[in-house]
Ligand binder design. Structure first.
Ligand code: ATP
Ligand code: MG
Length: 559
């Protein structure tokens, strides 16, 4: 796997120092997704950081599902996440792991806290609990249940676990400090009752540990040396350290936080992405406009482009907004180097070469990639009837239009120079055909009499053309920060984020392109074959990205 160029960052420095000083013998990290949605580009950052650091320093990285909330989680998400991490090019240490593997240990540790007077069963309802909690400026108040005897809490906890207590009636809370300036230390909830069946443990449990109680202890159980997470957990670190200090854990992980990836024109929140799916703004989690890994994959973005992008965004502790143009640059850069070339006519206009025999098909050849001869040659049938793009012909034009004009000449890419002799229109005046002639002496060379033919256009031979549907995708949102401000992010959707073109004509060799594989349609952009068929079983190509950046700077007017 090709590795992007590395620059140093504070995590690399910490790990190198820890290895050099012998504080740790081996670096062990983990990626801990909650299976309540599909992974998005923000998660890709966390994956590349965690798996990347482990690989770079010869350590290990676990994939561990944080499956502590059965009411929002599902195996569909587990499967999609496993697939996406592997697709990105990373291998986890051993089997996939689950927080639910540790439910018994976590429960025993909760009992341990109760026995030591460090946790209690509380009967405040959620609203009361909020009122007792205080605010950032006011301390909280002790729960009336805070000083109940440990024996009583132990017994109630056992009854909670046995299913004898109604949902919402009781919680287990840590007994820390209701006056702490850090709200996370104001007797946080460790266990709550939830009767939803769990996708792995079924009905075995009806109480589930909170994320805060589970997370650090799981890291300790797995011997994670560097618990890397995003900055919103910085204020939780004192709580994690408190648990680790009070419990008989086998190891002491250290947590390091970095700034999450925010990308312009993009929402990176599973909740909001789910809303886009559920409200039908997109066709599903893997709609090619979605910033999910499955959407990016279906769009034709490669894992190498995503890894390159993540590396370029760096790792820091300062929040920022990364320009979507940077991701697009990485996608283009990768595809330019690797995507084989092909021709596809998106808006077909018939060309008939009156001076070319009707029964003749020539096999022309062209390189699969102009800069990579090792990718070989492709075969292009050529004959009397061809397709060119409507936008490549005008009845009249000034000399800035370097394509085909009535009476003028143009080169067909990888083939001959042709001249437009006659324009055929239908009853409505619509141009339906061009009658042309070709210069047989111009295959691979300029006209011998010194005529200058400047324009080059793409084309496809008609009798063997592959009929296809082409989906042109654009940015999903119009506003660089769709979820900032007053309006709902769904009010910012770009109404032109998808245009479907049917009856497109591609060179026949593309019929063999496997689903998911990409290519460059010369002069049009980068495309990839969709795994599903379109209308009437047509082959579908998704536009990954245009050849040039049409959004930034002066090119914004779409040249
Ligand atoms: P979301 O906000 O989309 O629901 P999450 O953080 O709740 O994301 P998790 O499944 O808990 O989703 O995330 C797994 C890991 O991915 C966490 O360690 C989290 O910090 C990290 N992560 C999530 N979003 C980003 C992001 N935008 N940039 C970097 N890391 C992220
Ligand atoms: Mg989370």
């Amino acid at each position: 796997m090709s590795e992007p160029q590395r620059v140093s960052n504070f995590l690399r420095t910490i790990i190198r120092d820890d290895l050099d000083s012998g504080r740790v013998a081996e670096v062990v990290t983990r990626f801990p997704p909650e299976p309540n949605g599909y992974l998005h580009i923000g998660h890709a950052k966390s994956i590349c950081v965690n798996f990347g650091l482990a690989r770079e320093f010869g350590g290990r990285c676990n994939l561990r599902f944080d499956d502590t909330n059965p009411s929002t989680e599902d195996v569909e998400y587990v499967e999609a996440i496993v697939r996406d991490v592997a697709w990105l090019g990373f291998a986890w240490d051993g089997e996939v792991r689950y927080a639910s593997d540790y439910f018994a240990t976590l429960y025993a540790w909760a009992q341990h806290l109760v026995r030591n007077g460090l946790a209690y069963v509380c009967e405040l309802d959620p609203e009361q609990m909020r009122a007792y909690r205080g605010t950032l400026t006011e301390p909280g108040r002790d729960s009336p249940y805070r000083d109940r005897p440990a024996e009583q809490s132990l017994e109630l906890l056992e009854r909670m676990r046995a299913g004898a207590i109604e949902e919402g009636r009781m919680t287990l809370r840590a007994r820390i400090d209701m006056g702490s300036p850090n709200l996370n230390l104001r007797d946080p909830v460790l266990y709550r009752i939830k009767r939803a069946p769990h996708h792995r443990t079924g009905a075995a449990w009806c109480i589930y540990p909170s994320y805060d109680f589970a997370h650090g202890q799981e890291d300790a159980i797995e011997g994670i040396t560097h618990s890397i997470c995003t900055l919103e957990f910085e204020d939780h670190r004192p709580l994690y350290d408190w648990f680790i200090g009070q419990l008989p854990v086998p190891a002491r992980p250290r947590q390091y936080e970095f700034a999450r990836l925010n990308l312009s024109y993009t929402v990176t929140s599973k909740r909001k992405l789910r809303q886009l799916v559920e409200e039908g703004h997109v066709s599903g989690w893997d709609d090619p406009r979605m910033p999910t890994l499955s959407g990016l994959r279906r769009r034709g973005v490669t894992p190498a482009a995503i890894r390159d992008f993540v590396e370029r965004t760096g790792v820091s502790r300062a929040d920022g907004l990364v320009d979507l143009g940077m991701l697009e640059y990485c996608i283009r850069d990768d595809l330019d180097k690797n995507a084989p070339r092909a021709m596809c006519v998106l808006r077909p206009l018939k060309v008939t070469l009156l001076d070319y025999p009707a029964d003749r098909i020539e096999q022309l050849t062209a390189p699969a990639h102009p800069a990579r001869p090792e990718l070989g040659q492709r075969t292009l049938p050529f004959g009397r009837e061809l397709w060119i793009d409507r936008e490549d012909f005008r009845t009249e034009a000034n000399k800035d239009f370097k394509r085909l004009v009535a009476g003028g000449e143009v080169r067909l890419r990888n083939a001959y120079v042709i001249r437009a002799d006659e324009v055929v229109r239908d009853a409505h005046g619509e141009i339906v055909e061009l009658r042309c002639s070709h210069d047989p002496a111009t295959l691979g060379r300029n006209p011998s009499d010194g005529r200058k033919v400047k324009g080059v256009i793409h084309w496809v031979e008609a009798s063997q053309a592959l009929d296809c549907e082409v989906r042109l995708y654009d940015r999903l949102f119009l506003d660089p920060q769709p979820d900032a401000g007053e309006r709902s992010f769904t009010d910012n959707l770009n109404p032109h984020s998808l245009a479907v073109l049917r009856g497109c004509k591609a060179e026949p060799g593309l019929a063999a392109l496997p689903a998911g594989a990409g290519c460059q349609f010369e002069r049009e952009g980068y495309f990839c074959r969709d795994p599903e068929a379109g209308d009437g079983g047509a082959v579908v190509f998704n536009r990954t990205i245009g050849l040039r950046d049409t959004w930034s700077g002066s090119a914004a007017a779409k040249g």
